[in-house]
Design a protein around this ligand. Structure first.
Ligand code: HEM
Ligand code: HEM
Length: 224
């Protein structure tokens, strides 16, 4: 694309892409991981589900907005979209699939919420996995981790994309790139630690159940 900058400012294409990048970064680094960490750490609290849904509703709205902004920015160059053809690249293809997969994930989440969860007594290290619940719930959780991973990949490839195609010829500042990797690492670490805590608590609870409860009580013990 020809450079069309006015002084040090950004042209129409770059301004839309900056808005695209900001919204994509908020969805990838704030709302989606916060919702997932709420589900991991606070599942026993009554408010976890409302917090998860509100945060993920923001993620979905941001995805719609940043996807639209990117499509308008790309179209402003007179090439239509760039999902296929000589100008397609991994960020465009990946970005399209991430958006679709995330919207489908939200539908799975809503459907999972309407399935019945039997409050079965679960023992052992990982009650989240062992609890008797609809396969849709398991699907939503595992598929959600996959979608979150793709969001991070979308953001990383987006940073590279700006460095290649910005009309202003600018590069994403090093500080932003380092902040991305630091936040990414801290969030993954927090999530993995959440699973370790569940394993630890699950084992302690099942020891308590077998030490102190009768068979009838064990059957009635809520799981997650
Ligand atoms: C999860 C995060 C992201 C997703 C899902 C995503 C998605 C997309 C999609 C679908 C397009 C192509 C639109 C089309 O061909 O019509 C696109 C273009 C683009 N995105 Fe992203 N994006 C993300 C993050 C970012 C970030 C963080 C940046 C910059 C720092 C960025 C910079 C760009 C640029 C420069 C283009 C291409 C504009 C052009 O070729 O003219 N994206 N993005
Ligand atoms: C807005 C609609 C959504 C609803 C109604 C919803 C609902 C739920 C429900 C009911 C669970 C518990 C499943 C279980 O019983 O184990 C859950 C967990 C989870 N959700 Fe969502 N969800 C939504 C959106 C999303 C999105 C968009 C993502 C991914 C980006 C996501 C990722 C996850 C993950 C990873 C877990 C499991 C967390 C863990 O225990 O480690 N959710 N969600």
């Amino acid at each position: 694309m020809p450079a069309d900058t006015q002084g040090p400012g950004y042209d129409y294409h770059d301004t839309l892409i900056i808005a695209h990048a900001v919204l994509a970064s908020i969805a990838t680094l704030i709302t989606a991981p916060a919702a997932i960490l709420v589900a991991r750490y606070f599942r026993s609290r009554t408010w976890w589900f409302r917090a998860h849904v509100v945060l993920q509703a923001f993620t979905v709205v941001f995805t719609i907005m940043f996807f639209t902004l990117s499509a308008v920015a790309v179209a402003s160059g007179g090439h239509g979209t760039q999902f296929v053809g000589p100008k397609k690249d991994p960020h465009h293809d990946l970005g399209l699939s991430v958006a679709i997969l995330l919207w489908v994930e939200a539908i799975f989440g809503i459907a999972a919420h309407y399935t019945h969860t039997a409050h079965s007594a679960t023992s052992g290290a990982f009650p989240t996995i062992k609890a008797k619940k609809s396969p849709l719930r398991h699907l939503h959780a595992w598929y959600g981790i996959f979608v979150a991973g793709l969001l991070y990949a979308g953001m990383k490839t987006g940073i590279d994309e700006w460095n290649m195609v910005a009309d202003s010829g600018t590069l994403v500042p090093n500080g932003i790139q380092i902040a991305f990797w630091v936040i990414f690492s801290l969030e993954i670490a927090a999530y993995v630690i959440g699973w370790f805590l569940e394993a630890f608590r699950g084992q302690r609870n099942s020891r308590m159940i077998s030490d102190h409860l009768g068979d009838e009580e064990k059957r009635d013990t809520p799981s997650i």
